[in-house]
Design a binder for this molecule. Structure first.
Ligand code: NAP
Length: 367
């Protein structure tokens, strides 16, 4: 039974029953009668809370103390992405207010969505809500599935020329008749808040160059390490996965911070042995519970990017989310670990807001 398998990590990932998003929506709808609003993250048990000092990179004060959950029986510190993301949103909100008061302008984010995919619509809605929550203006262009590439590019060009827009996102995936590369290349590099433009990726990879924007999810991983005061310099890091949007930029960011980085991918012959050498592990694969306790060096820090829906008959929704890392095993071996959900996930949108604010400050030369 999938739910038992993934509760205790007792079986291999090959038995994972991953759910496509369409099925998740179906299960969600079925479950709607039981629970309409269900929190993804488990609230920390107040009796097991202890204060931990988090570093803040946005606020004037260098350190902010928040209460973080720790497992009673485990040694690993739980890296609470939800709390950190909230802290970052508060900092951004204060900065947006300061900008508005000083120059009468606020940052603006434009999102173009083509077609009727429900998952894309959900992501876009979440981005809009996040913008609203910090005072960033959001502009949305929903286009029909049968729009042409030229129509999408026309809107991108309008946003490129619009001084009230500081970030442009094209929600992926695009319909199959469109050339994704042509469309993404049309986004001005100054407004590429996703950080996917080849020039931004290229600058990230080069020594002595600074990208205008860093891709949001890997940026969120590094931000978590910073805010928890985890040393990166001189450490051995293993990044599992080499995608353009997570694994590769994560490895580049770690290298820029003077870690010694190894990338593990689907053709790596001895991933367990290599990963066990790491002081810091970032896993971005998309395979539930692939990284077992035996892959982790005692005391290592584990950042789990994976978000994998697996069937769970006990859940009112019929599924639950797990990471790439077998949390139940890893928490007893690692010194710190991100949960799924509630770890890296909330950081991605926080970093999108952060990139949009950076872009607006740059546009208005506002310090
Ligand atoms: P992706 O494009 O599918 O890339 C997966 C990577 O994992 C590839 O580089 C692949 O290697 C590697 N891989 C596959 N099987 C492997 C194996 N058995 N051993 C080692 N490496 C293996 O995925 P992605 O877009 O990077 O996303 C990865 C995960 O992160 C997904 O679960 C996704 O949902 C999640 N994610 C989360 C966030 C967030 O906000 N938290 C954001 C983005 C993605 P090859 O290159 O050799 O094929």
């Amino acid at each position: 039974m999938a739910s038992m398998i993934f509760t205790d990590c007792s079986s291999s990932t090959t038995k994972a029953r991953l759910l496509p998003f369409s099925r998740i929506l179906l299960l969600r709808r079925r479950a709607a009668g039981v629970t309409l609003v269900r929190r993804l993250a488990t609230l920390p048990n107040s009796s097991s809370r202890r204060p931990l000092t988090l570093r803040s990179s946005h606020s004037q004060s260098a350190y902010v103390t928040v209460s973080l959950a720790t497992e009673k029986s485990a040694t690993a510190e739980v890296i609470d992405g939800k709390a950190v993301a909230k802290q970052i949103r508060d900092e951004i909100s204060a900065e947006v207010m300061r900008m508005k008061d000083a120059i009468g302008e606020v940052p603006g984010l434009a999102v173009i969505i083509v077609g009727n995919r429900k998952d894309s619509a959900t992501y876009v809605r979440n981005k809009r809500k996040a913008c609203e929550s910090v005072g960033i203006n959001s502009f949305e262009v929903p286009l029909p599935e049968d729009s042409t590439e030229e129509e999408v590019i026309k809107f991108i060009k309008e946003f490129n020329d619009d001084p009230s827009v500081h970030g442009i996102l094209v929600q992926l995936p695009l319909p199959s008749h469109m050339n994704e590369e042509n469309i993404l290349n049309a986004v001005s590099i100054e407004k590429d808040v996703d950080g996917f433009h080849p020039l931004n990726i290229g600058h990230l990879a080069m020594r002595g160059r600074e990208p205008m924007f860093v891709p949001c999810t890997p940026k969120g991983c590094i931000e978590l390490l910073h805010r928890y005061g985890i040393d990166i310099k001189g450490k051995r890091a293993v990044v599992i996965g080499r995608s353009n949007i997570v694994g590769t930029p994560a490895s580049q960011l770690l290298q820029r911070e003077d870690a010694t980085v190894t990338i593990v991918h689907s053709r790596t012959s001895n991933p367990e042995e290599i990963t066990r050498q790491a002081d810091i592990i970032i896993s971005a694969v998309g395979k539930p519970n692939m990284v077992r306790g035996s892959w982790i060096k005692p005391g290592a820090v584990v950042i789990d990017v994976g978000i994998n829906p697996v069937e769970d008959a006990k859940s009112p929704r019929g599924y639950r989310l797990v990471g790439d890392v077998c949390y139940d095993e890893a928490k007893n071996i690692a010194s710190a670990i991100t949960p799924v959900p509630g770890g890296v996930g909330p950081m991605t949108i926080a970093m999108l807001l952060s990139n949009t604010l950076i872009s607006a400050k740059r546009a208005y030369n506002f310090q």
